[in-house]
Design a protein around this ligand. Structure first.
Ligand SMILES: [Zn+2]
Length: 298
């Protein structure tokens, strides 16, 4: 009888302390937001600011197309409150990772509502690099705000105000890019890169883009494609070709050595720069790209 009574007391106090922990947790802890890539992570930071702790699965300079999950990734996802995913078939590895983390997490696909460009080179795959059209980032930011509000409704006004402020910055970035690109002579408005990450950028701002590889770095490079690109650079008499921070530069260097085109600089494609540097934000990385492109092609 006494034993049964004791068990009841212990059980009740366990229940009580769990309940208590939960309330303190809600009061003191920030929302843990995990994004798949650094581009999304930066936008999440701009909307969540000091209400959240933000983490990116792919770090700076990491190629998301060929990403091999780290052992710590499922742990990070299991402690998160919300996961932000680009979608458009960028993250082949994320569903498995979320399943492996055990929890049914709140998932937000930040491209929701956008129509993808599709791969011209073959299989009609969606092109994931929607973030290089700045107007699309407004949709990313809206989806992120909606996601945060859905799990933290008492801070709706806070997230909405941050969204409005960020969208104004995106508007001025968008017009600045247009002005800058218009200063390049029309015949030089061609962007040659390692992989096709800039098709949305080209469509939005009036540049022809050609990547040596298709929309994924997983694709094999054919000698024929390399040769065609070299011929094209010669035909157009292009001043520069560009390498990317998250892709091996070797073949672009070969194109440069076989033509009159210089390496015009390094572009951020699937990752932004190091935290704490001007390129460590989406807006800073885009400005770096545009300045690099304009200086090299003008
Ligand atoms: Zn890419």
């Amino acid at each position: 009888m006494i034993k049964k009574f004791l068990v009841t007391i212990i059980f009740a106090s366990v229940l009580y302390s769990c309940g208590e922990n939960k309330t303190t947790e809600k009061k003191n802890e920030k929302i843990v937001a995990v994004s798949t890539i650094t581009v999304i992570n930066d936008i999440v930071k701009n909307i969540g600011k000091d209400k959240i702790e933000a983490y990116s699965i792919c770090g700076v300079g990491v190629d998301p197309h060929t990403y091999h999950p780290k052992p710590s990734d499922p742990k990070l996802i299991s402690k998160s409150d919300i996961v932000f995913i680009n979608g458009f078939a960028l993250e082949h590895w994320i569903e498995e990772m979320i399943k492996g983390s055990g929890g049914n997490k709140k998932e937000v696909v930040v491209t929701e509502g956008l129509t993808p460009m599709t791969d011209e080179k073959g299989y009609g795959d969606p092109d994931p690099h929607a973030w290089f059209d700045v107007k699309n980032i407004k949709t990313y930011a809206e989806n992120i705000a909606k996601g945060l509000i859905s799990i933290d409704p008492q801070n709706e006004n806070y997230y909405s105000a941050n969204l409005r402020e960020y969208k104004l910055k995106l508007d001025s970035l968008d017009s600045w890019i247009k002005e800058q690109i218009n200063s390049i002579p029309e015949s030089q408005r061609v962007l040659i890169t390692s992989h096709d990450a800039f098709r949305y950028f080209g469509r939005a701002y009036g540049l022809e883009v050609k990547g040596l590889q298709g929309i994924s770095t997983e694709a094999k490079i054919r000698t024929e494609d390399l040769k065609n690109l070299i011929d094209y650079v010669k035909l157009k008499n292009l001043k520069s070709v560009f390498i990317e921070t998250s892709v091996n530069p070797k073949l672009l260097e070969q194109i440069s050595s076989e033509t009159d085109a210089k390496i015009g600089g390094t572009l951020f494609s699937d990752s932004i720069g190091n935290e704490g540097t001007p390129e460590g934000t989406y807006i800073g990385a885009v400005k770096h790209n545009v300045n690099t492109i304009v200086n090299a092609l003008k």
